[in-house]
Each structure stands twice: as structure tokens, then as C-alpha cells.
Ligand binder design. Structure first.
Ligand code: FAD
Ligand code: NAG
Ligand code: NAG
Length: 509
């Protein structure tokens, strides 16, 4: 696959053995830089890829990003009653270092924090209500679940600790050719097992109780991934980390990161749908033939195509999401990979909540829960219900109690019927709905995830979502692909799929 003559390889390897570190290691340019790179998809994955590719390849390369819909992809907002609200990816973990870096670099800021309070609805009543008092919450939890709660924090903390290693590897320029190798580099066999077993199996194995899984873990999986505790344990841990303190969002809307990265990377946005990528052979100056990719696309002004040295697909190649055909590849590439994406419907309702729907007899004026999670319950049509704050918090903003009209966000697997909405809301001044194919329908054990590299210089970002789907996962995949594309271009194998990095890099940085 890689046209590499031996002396060159030896040279590169020697160069790198002497200078283990990145920077020093970037051997003299052995090959000219690519001229043109195409990225398909301008969500956080595609725009972050543009940003990191610019870092790796410098100013000389032309980067084009194709986007069929709107910049931001699954990061999107909607205007309701004069203010903007997140309808897709909403929360960011405090240890999501790439997202943090983007926001700093682009001169954006985190949205002002509004205190929130959670409750859990079991289809009949609120079986758990968070108190304003931290100590009361702890006591309630210990009373009901013993030390399950504390142990859950420790378990998630342990996963997070290993997860954080990826930032060091990337800082040193290391890349991975598959999702499994990336997971293994972070957390060894334990991470591979987590990605291939259910959250339920993993937590039962760790001694967590069934009631804790049903009452606490399942509601968190439902609000974050619209699915049960049968999601894989890795995405399950990501999901539970999403119940940590210090979660944040971007002031003005998370999608601003995407437009910011697009601008910062000086990539050109091409508003078009890519429908085919064809492998073309062209004679080169040296007399050999070089492979180029012809990207075929349809825009408002019709069909067109253009040639690229490198192509990055930054959209899930799954049914209902993308349909790109690959022409001239051997072995042939499928337009769509096995597995499907799970539907989550976001419904924004501007109106008055019926608190009796939640089995609450509280005075709506003192009903202040911002996030109502749900346990698994056959008759329940919703996954969660949240009182939404706008993407920018105005001076003196206070979240309205349930006695006042507000903006509510409901997640459900199916669109809500008018009858269902009638039961939940006393009054509806406006309803807005978006049906997402939101994240993979996780069904471990699995038969392996798609590779990061589909052909010689054709890369795929979104396979990482089968480990876990989140903004930061797309950003990590973006950085990995930029590094991988760079190393492959320069035939540098010393920074790809290295084993035991954690031990080797100990003491560095
Ligand atoms: C309801 C919901 C809630 C979520 N909550 C969170 C959360 O709280 N925190 C979190 O971190 N994550 C959350 N996520 C997940 C997160 O939004 C995604 O993981 C992330 O945004 C994926 O980004 P991406 O760029 O990889 O893919 P996408 O955003 O899907 O980008 C792909 C882009 O490619 C474009 N495209 C597709 N095919 C073509 C083509 N043929 N030609 C040209 N363009 C094409 C699409 O239009 C799209 O814009 C949530 C997702 C949803 C739907
Ligand atoms: C509010 O919810 C309760 C409980 O589900 C229901 O009996 C009542 O009819 C609802 N109120 C309205 C006005 O729909
Ligand atoms: C996942 O587990 C199943 C059995 O539980 C096994 O057959 C399969 O090979 C595993 N897949 C990976 C990628 O580890």
C-alpha cells in the first residue's frame, strides 16, 4: 500500500531514534507537501480536522470543506421566543481539553453558569429529588444505595484518568490507525473490554447493585444517549462523567466553535453534498503515476468535481446520514458501514409545564428542577425533560419556576403526539421539533469498528463514535487523523500505533 523504498525508511527510522521527541523529530522534508486536502462534513469533527491539518501541514496546503447542511452539524441552535437554545450536543466536560483549547484559541468563552437541580421520574412520581444542600444529597444516596454512589465516582474517575493520556500522546505527535488501537493505548485491554461489553455487565462485575443501575445509571444513559444500560461500558463511563460537576457550554452556542475553527484554519467552505469519491491515477513528474482522489459533489449551481491528494470523511457513513459511493477502490469500499444510528427527537416547548404529570403535588411556583431524568418504564414516552437556558445568559437571568412559561426540552425516541404534549404541558405557546439520528445504536459485543484509514490517503473520522459519541471524541479523532495523515504522507512509521506509550512517556512533559 505504501510505496516506500528501503533506504528512505531506514533513514527516517534512524532520524527518529536519535530524536525521540516531536519537533526535533520532524526530519527534513523528504517529500513535497500535499497541495490540496478535502474534508467532507463541517461539524466539530470536520472543522477540528481542518484546524489540526493546518498545524501539521502549514500554510501551503489548500483545505476545502464540503458541507451539505449547516456548519456545526449536530451542534445546532434554534430560536424560540426571541432567544437561542441548543438542540443537539449541549454539554462539555471540564476535562475535555480540545474543546477547552478551541474556545481559548478562538477568543470564545464558556457560558455563564446557572445553578441546576436534578430529579428522577419513574413514570409515576419523582423518586429522587436533588436538594440544594450537598450533604443532604449525599446522605440520601448513602441511605438508599450504600456506597454505590461513591464507588461510581471512583470508577468513572479511574476511566477518566486513563482517558486523559490521549492528550499527552497527541502532544508528542503519536497517532493510531484504528479506534481499538487508540483505546488500547489509553487504557490497555481493560478499555477494549469496556468497549465490547455492556455497561450493565461491567458495573455488575464491579459489584454495583441492580437497583442502583436501574434508578441512577439508566436515567443518565437515557438522557445522554437515549438508550439503556446495554450501551457499551466505555460510552457508559463517558455518559456517567456527564453527570459530573463543572459541565459547561460555549457562550453564544457550541456551534460557534465550528465556524471559528473553519475561519482560523483558513479552509474554504464549499456548500455542496459529496456523492462520490473516485480513485484516479495521474502521471507524475518523475514518470511514475500518483494516486489522486476525485471528489464529486452537487451544489446549487450543479454538479462538479475536483482532485485532492488527501480526503478526510468527517461524517458517519451510515444509513440515513450519508451516501457517498467509492469508485475504483480495491478492495471496494462500502458506502455505508454496518450498524445504525439511534433516533433521538428533540422537542422544544415554550409553555407551562403540568407538574402533576410528574406526579408532583408541589406548588409550581416552587418547582425548580432544571433536569428531570427518567427510569426505564414501558409507558413512558420521554427520555428526559429539561428547563432550558438560552445560549447566552442575560444579566440578572433567573431560570423561571414551573409557574411561569419557559422553554422546555424533551428528548424522546419517537416524535411526541399532540395528546402526549397535552398531558405534559398546561399551555403551549410554541413547539419546535428536530429528529436526529443522534449517535450509534450501541449493541455490544461488536464485530470491530471501522478503521481510521480507509485507503492509502483516505481517512475516516466518525468510526470513533462506536466507542463513544461526543464533541470531544470527534475532536480527538480529528487530531489523530491530522497526525496520521501527516505521518503517512511522510512515510514516518515511528509515530503510528506505538505500544506501551504510557510507560515510555512517563516523566515527559
Ligand atoms: C440530541 C443530541 C444531544 C447530544 N448531546 C451531547 C452532549 O451533551 N455533549 C457532547 O459532547 N455530545 C453530544 N452529542 C453528540 C455530539 O453532538 C456529536 O458527537 C458531535 O457533534 C459529532 O460531530 P461530528 O462533526 O463528528 O459529526 P456531525 O456534527 O454529524 O457533522 C457531519 C457533517 O457532515 C455533513 N455531511 C454529511 N454527509 C455529507 C456529504 N455527503 N457531503 C457534504 N456534507 C455532508 C452533515 O451535514 C454534517 O454537518 C449529542 C448529539 C445529539 C444529536
Ligand atoms: C396534568 O397531569 C395530570 C396527571 O397526568 C392529568 O391528570 C391532568 O389532566 C393534566 N392536566 C391537564 C390540564 O392536561
Ligand atoms: C467482542 O466480544 C465477542 C464475544 O463476547 C468476541 O467474539 C469479539 O471478537 C469481540 N470483539 C472485539 C473487537 O474485541
Amino acid at each position: 500500500m505504501f510505496h516506500l523504498n528501503l533506504p528512505l525508511r531506514t533513514l527516517v527510522i534512524l532520524g527518529l531514534c536519535q530524536f525521540g521527541r516531536r519537533g526535533l523529530a520532524s526530519a527534513p522534508e523528504l517529500r513535497e507537501q500535499p497541495k490540496k486536502i478535502a474534508i467532507v462534513g463541517a461539524g466539530i469533527g470536520g472543522t477540528a480536522t481542518a484546524y489540526f491539518l493546518r498545524q501539521e501541514f502549514g500554510d501551503g496546503v489548500k483545505i476545502d470543506i464540503f458541507e451539505a447542511g449547516t456548519v456545526g452539524g449536530r451542534l445546532a441552535t434554534e430560536t424560540v421566543a426571541g432567544a437561542e437554545y441548543e438542540t443537539g450536543g449541549a454539554i462539555i466536560h471540564p476535562l475535555n481539553l480540545h474543546m477547552k483549547h478551541f474556545v481559548d484559541k478562538l477568543g470564545l468563552s464558556p457560558r455563564k453558569d446557572v445553578p441546576s437541580k436534578m430529579a428522577i421520574f419513574d413514570g409515576k412520581e419523582l423518586m429522587f429529588e436533588e436538594s440544594d444542600w450537598f450533604i443532604v444529597n449525599i446522605l440520601k444516596m448513602i441511605w438508599r444505595y450504600g456506597f454505590n454512589f461513591l464507588r461510581m465516582y471512583m470508577w468513572v474517575e479511574g476511566v477518566l484518568d486513563k482517558f486523559m493520556r490521549i492528550y499527552q500522546y497527541q502532544q508528542f505527535g503519536y497517532a493510531f490507525s484504528s479506534v481499538d488501537r487508540l483505546l488500547h493505548a489509553m487504557g490497555g485491554d481493560a478499555f477494549l473490554t469496556m468497549a465490547n461489553q455492556t455497561l450493565e455487565e461491567a458495573m455488575m462485575g464491579e459489584g454495583f447493585s441492580q437497583s442502583f443501575l436501574n434508578d441512577i445509571v439508566a436515567p443518565v444513559a437515557r438522557v445522554n444517549y437515549g438508550q439503556s444500560v446495554r450501551i457499551n461500558a466505555f460510552v457508559g463511563a463517558v455518559s456517567l462523567a456527564g453527570a459530573d460537576a463543572g459541565l459547561w457550554a460555549v457562550d453564544g452556542g457550541n456551534k460557534r466553535v465550528c465556524s471559528g475553527l473553519l475561519y482560523n484554519s483558513k479552509a474554504e467552505l464549499i456548500q455542496a453534498r459529496v456523492n462520490a469519491i473516485a480513485l484516479k491515477h495521474r502521471p507524475s513528474k518523475t514518470g511514475n503515476s500518483v494516486n489522486l482522489y476525485e471528489v464529486n459533489y452537487v451544489s446549487q449551481s450543479g454538479s462538479a468535481h475536483s482532485l485532492y491528494d488527501i480526503v478526510i470523511l468527517a461524517t458517519p457513513l451510515h444509513q440515513g446520514l450519508s451516501d457517498v459511493s467509492f469508485v475504483g477502490f480495491s478492495p471496494p469500499l462500502p458506502s455505508q458501514f454496518p450498524g445504525r444510528y439511534h433516533q433521538t427527537v428533540t422537542t422544544l416547548v415554550h409553555g407551562l409545564l403540568n407538574v402533576s404529570f410528574l406526579g408532583s403535588s408541589a406548588d409550581p411556583a416552587s418547582f425548580l428542577y432544571s433536569d428531570i431524568l427518567t427510569t426505564e418504564h414501558k409507558q413512558l414516552a420521554i427520555n428526559s425533560l429539561s428547563s432550558l437556558d438560552p445560549v447566552s445568559i442575560p444579566e440578572g437571568y433567573k431560570r423561571p419556576p414551573a409557574s411561569h412559561p419557559g422553554v422546555w426540552k424533551v428528548f424522546s425516541p419517537q416524535p411526541l403526539t399532540p395528546e402526549q404534549l397535552d398531558g405534559m404541558f398546561l399551555r403551549r405557546d410554541g413547539v419546535w421539533e428536530k429528529r436526529w439520528l443522534a449517535y450509534p445504536a450501541y449493541r455490544p459485543p461488536h464485530r470491530g469498528t471501522p478503521p481510521f484509514q480507509l485507503a492509502e490517503r483516505l481517512y475516516y473520522l466518525s468510526g470513533v463514535e462506536w466507542a463513544a459519541s461526543a464533541m470531544e471524541m470527534s475532536a480527538i479523532s480529528a487530531r489523530n487523523l491530522a497526525l496520521l495523515a501527516h505521518h503517512r504522507w511522510h512515510h514516518d512509521t515511528s509515530k503510528v500505533d506505538q505500544e506501551d506509550l504510557h510507560t515510555r512517556l512517563r516523566g515527559e512533559l
